[in-house]
Design a protein around this ligand. Structure first.
Ligand code: NI
Length: 204
């Protein structure tokens, strides 16, 4: 089984469409240069109502003050999810002590299979800074609509296994919960590191 992710051409078109939107309410200083894609103002602030990987209800308020890397995927994903999680884990690890203010939130688009316990084992295998989030199908629909994340289920094989096509972008929120950057596994670790350090510096 292979997971056919949204083709990169479609991702690029989506990105272009997003960049065409006016950058309203863009409050950051003009001398800041970003190496990832600046999407400040083109997506809503961090907000959700989900269940964490300990099985507890959680909202964005739990991560107030943290720099948040929000990613959507599923634990059975054979390719882009593990690649992206590994990249984020490695970059966050390189931040050293500053990593304490950074959270990787992995939202499952496959809540029927991704129980909190499965998500916990999956995310902790990558990074102590990673948290798995799941919820009802209605809750997952709400957050994916909010961030315009596309996903669809493939036909199950004779064993009941199925792939889930999904967008593979990472939404990065500043400490105030505002959307700031869009990244993916195509961005080099140096770009992630540079921009995360800049966002963490905004905390003080
Ligand atoms: Ni995936």
């Amino acid at each position: 089984m292979s997971s056919a992710h949204i083709p990169s051409i479609a991702r690029r078109l989506l990105l272009l469409a997003m960049l065409a939107l006016p950058l309203a309410g863009c409050g950051h200083k003009t001398d800041e240069a970003w190496q990832l894609t600046d999407i400040a103002g083109v997506m809503p602030d961090l907000q959700f109502n989900l269940t964490n990987d300990l099985g507890q209800p959680v909202t964005a308020a739990a991560y107030k003050g943290d720099v948040v890397l929000l990613y959507f995927g599923y634990t059975h994903c054979p390719d882009v999810c593990p690649t992206t999680m590994q990249l984020m884990a490695s970059v966050v690890g390189e931040l050293g002590p500053a990593a304490k203010d950074v959270r990787i939130l992995f939202v499952s688009v496959d809540p029927r299979r991704d129980t909190p316990a499965i998500l916990r084992a999956y995310t902790q295998a990558f990074s102590p800074n990673a948290v798995g989030l799941t919820g009802t199908l209605a809750q997952i629909d709400a957050i994916t609509r909010r961030y315009r994340v596309a996903f669809s289920y493939g036909k199950p094989d004779k064993f009941g296994n199925y792939a889930v096509d999904h967008s593979a972008g990472v939404y990065i929120f500043g400490p105030s919960g505002r959307i700031r950057l869009l990244a993916s596994d195509t961005n080099p670790p140096s770009a992630w590191l540079h921009d995360l350090r800049q966002l963490i510096a905004e905390r003080s």
